[in-house]
Design a protein around this ligand. Structure first.
Ligand code: NDP
Length: 259
């Protein structure tokens, strides 16, 4: 099959929703053989049916190291060695000072940071030379958004780990990069904005803090992940690409500064 990922294999964690799902769709359209993971069997089945084309949908909790090892083994068993890994699975969740339990804090750390390390560790022996590893970061590394201490810590940790991984995997020519989305319209916002009205209000608030005046779409992140996974980015390594409409880099472009 032709395409920018023709004859390549990819594993996407959290491929049954949001950014991971958009990326799985795009990777398949670009000729890759794709495996996705998630915990929700129903949405995994739905994605497998929609994408057919040999997509492998594996139920695997990213916080379970044995499940991660099994998911990688199943992928490699079906497709052979991996050319791309997108460690994308993650959760939101607030942990404000004064109102946070150890359990809630550790759940965010376990899912968004520890699981990312073990995802890369599970896949590393099965990556082809010159493969591409992409980790999902966030603008929260630099945003200072109240209530998001654990989440921000995990994403800053992901960026830090990505550079270590890039050094460790350099002898095999494997590139490791972070895609760092700004606020992107996916189901992750359901907790913070459970009703359509709440989502509309959140959308307006978030949009006013983007120089482009809107939330991002998951496809826009997926296209950047495609770039990082493909040979188009063959000399891009150990870096972080923000897909945030300039939210971090051009704050003077926010609506409130436009007079
Ligand atoms: P979604 O909620 O749509 O998707 C999250 C995905 O992660 C789902 O597929 C979910 O599958 C999976 N997942 C969550 N926990 C686990 C787990 N323990 N094991 C396996 N899979 C898991 O959100 P997004 O697409 O928005 O989020 C994807 C990534 O993007 C996250 O890392 C998030 O932090 C990051 N991000 C998102 C932004 C946004 O505004 N949307 C902004 C910046 C970063 P299941 O429920 O089946 O387990």
């Amino acid at each position: 099959m032709a395409g920018r990922l023709a004859n390549k294999t990819a594993l996407i964690t959290g491929g049954n929703s949001g950014i991971g799902l958009s990326t799985a769709r795009l990777f398949v359209a670009e000729g890759a053989r794709v495996a996705i993971t998630g915990r929700n069997q129903q949405t995994l089945d739905e994605v497998a049916n929609e994408l057919s084309h040999g997509v492998l949908a594996i139920k695997a909790d990213a916080t379970d190291v044995d499940a991660l090892d099994a998911a990688v083994a199943a992928t490699v068993g079906k497709f052979g060695r991996l050319d791309a890994l997108f460690a994308n699975a993650g959760i939101g969740g607030t942990t404000p000072l004064g109102g946070t339990t150890l359990k809630a804090f550790e759940e965010v750390i376990r899912t968004n940071l520890t699981a990312v390390f073990f995802t890369v560790q599970a896949a590393a022996p099965h990556l082809n030379d010159n493969a591409s590893v992409i980790l999902n970061g966030s603008v929260h590394t630099a945003l200072g958004m109240p209530g998001y201490a654990a989440y921000a810590a995990t994403k800053a940790g992901v960026t830090g780990m990505s550079r270590v991984f890039a050094s460790e995997l350099a002898p095999r020519g494997i590139r490791v990069n972070v895609v760092a989305p700004g606020a992107t319209r996916t189901p992750i916002w359901k907790g913070a904005a459970p009703t359509p009205e709440a989502m509309q209000a959140l959308d307006a608030r978030v949009s006013s803090t983007s120089p482009l005046g809107r939330m991002g779409e998951p496809d826009e992140v997926a296209k950047t992940v495609l770039f990082l996974a493909s040979d188009d980015s063959s000399n891009v390594n150990a870096t972080e690409i923000f897909v945030d409409g300039g939210m971090l880099g051009a704050r003077m472009g926010w609506a409130i500064f436009r007079g």
